[in-house]
Write a protein that binds this ligand. Sequence first.
Ligand SMILES: [Zn+2]
Length: 235
Amino acid sequence: MCTLCALLFVLNSRGPQHAAADGAEPALPEPSAAQISAAYRRLCEMKPDVDIDSWQFALLTRGSPVAQEPVQTVRVGGVPVDARIADDLSQMITDARAQGLKVYLSCGYTDAGAQEHIYNRAAERYGEFRALSIVGRPEESEHRSGLAVDITDRYYEEKTAALENTELFVWLKMHCSEYGFILRYPKDKKAVTGMIYQPWHFRYVGEEAARFMTENRLALEEFLDLYRFADWDRP
Ligand SMILES: [Zn+2]
């Protein structure tokens, strides 16, 4: 278990204060600031040697409008994506199908006009505030980069968190990092990503980074921070 996971485990497994008095297992002590600092330092030291200014780490999120559109797109599974992710994405789909799983790609790269249409439709349906955490503003959607794909086992009129129960999602969650993809908006990261849990939206970051993020349960924002603030507590 990684250090951060160990800390999260400690935090998550602390029962109510009366647990010890009831004869249950005694409550575990909260990790100290020093322990948290040490865990963070360890992540900083173990992080892969990658260039976060490289194209696959482009951060498109609230307040970070699109700075790059794909140079070239190709169609994979019926949707356009950045040509640089095509081989890994194709292989992931092929391997999933080889397991007997159905794979359906509903969205890859979308241009400004198409993304605006998607956003307006979501805003009409859910209201503007909620739409921001589902599809994001047109200029802030990852789909504009061609590095993100929505993958489900079939067409859904509306995608919900219940998709986490599909066999395809279980397989993708376990294996997507082997192909350089991460689950971009995990269940417990809304405060970090600003987006609701989306067990269909996968984002390419490259295999090395994807494995590290998945193993350490880091969102892309948290991963990038390891590089930007790596020297935060050094003299
Ligand atoms: Zn998506």
